[in-house]
Design a binder for this molecule. Sequence first.
Ligand code: NAD
Ligand code: DAU
Length: 351
Amino acid sequence: MKKSILITGGAGFIGSHVVRRFVSRYPDYLIVNADKLTYAGNLENITDIESGKNYRFEKIDIVNKQSVLDLFSKYSLDGVIHLAAESHVDRSITGPDEFVFTNIVGTLNLLNAALNRWKENFEGKLFYHISTDEVYGSLGSDGLFTEDTAYDPRSPYSASKASSDHLVRAYHHTFGLPAVISNCSNNYGPNQFPEKLIPLAINNIKNNKPVPVYGKGENIRDWLYVEDHASAIDLIFHKGKIGDTYNIGGNNEWKNIDLIKLLCSIMDKKLGRPAGSSEKLITYVKDRPGHDLRYAIDSSKLQNSMGWSPIPEFSTGLEKTVDWYLANTKWLERVLSGDYGKYYDLMYAGR
Ligand code: NAD
Ligand code: DAU
């Protein structure tokens, strides 16, 4: 094999698309997917590539230092693409501890293991840390986050991600560890756990359940189709400048309420319901504490330096996403069983 690459969190939403892309596009790379399989990790997301000769799965918790060291001893790794994380803002509000353990301590363990293995010769090695636009805080009605925007995380989730970004930069600056970071906007698409806005709304509309919109629905997010994020990760992994940061975004800002209305109209068509019926399910609920108003990304550095651009129109990407969820009811049923029911009751009962 030409290279061995560790992808952490490869059973999760974005990670599964990245693993699929790398396993199928790079048959001469060994892809090691390391994942704890939390509620958000699901090997069903990658059954199509699991028999690939260049694919290995390791069930590990990155918070466990020894497991991470063992992994680096077992494989002679050239690169790390680090996606494993606790990723849901609402969960970070009800239980921040896990976010500190996985997102900060887990990243530290990976950095230490990589440094330990690579320090004699950094040639051809890369630690690529996947982060979020939420580290930059919240925008007013105008302006965009650039790579130079000062960090201002405002939820336990974004604070834990900011902390991990700082650690990665510190390891590059202090020890010379070859590292790059990218900060991406909101992803959507197949395989996203239905605690996040778009799949939660699709599932509720399908089941004629209320669609919870926080506050007045005026918060704005910049949406990117998950495969576009995977293609950006591929480019940055291969062409990114060591020590640099790249912002990734869809140039696709939507107020939550407008997005939900668009989704309702797509669902009406797909489910053969009279126009306007799904919108009746929209229910305004108590706002998320500390709810960031607006995220918007300037991704011109990535676009200009590597020729990357997002592909599907939002309505096309959203239709593809709806089609996927409607065709994969068994996947939905399985991920919704177990503890998720309890989480849903706890999160939405008092709202
Ligand atoms: P996800 O929650 O769908 O998946 C996370 C994966 O990490 C799961 O497979 C889970 O089992 C695994 N994991 C969690 N804790 C672990 C641990 N202690 N040890 C090993 N594995 C563990 O998350 P996602 O939405 O796919 O996000 C992936 C990454 O991308 C995260 O780092 C997130 O911060 C970042 N990101 C996400 C978005 C988004 O819109 N979803 C946008 C920008 C950046
Ligand atoms: O910006 C990138 C981030 O996007 C990632 O780093 C996170 O991992 C990812 O979860 C996502 O965070 P958000 O908080 O923006 O995503 P979420 O889908 O939870 O919410 C999107 C918007 O919709 C947000 O303004 C809150 C609102 N919302 C969310 C839910 C779950 C609702 O109005 N109702 C809901 O039920």
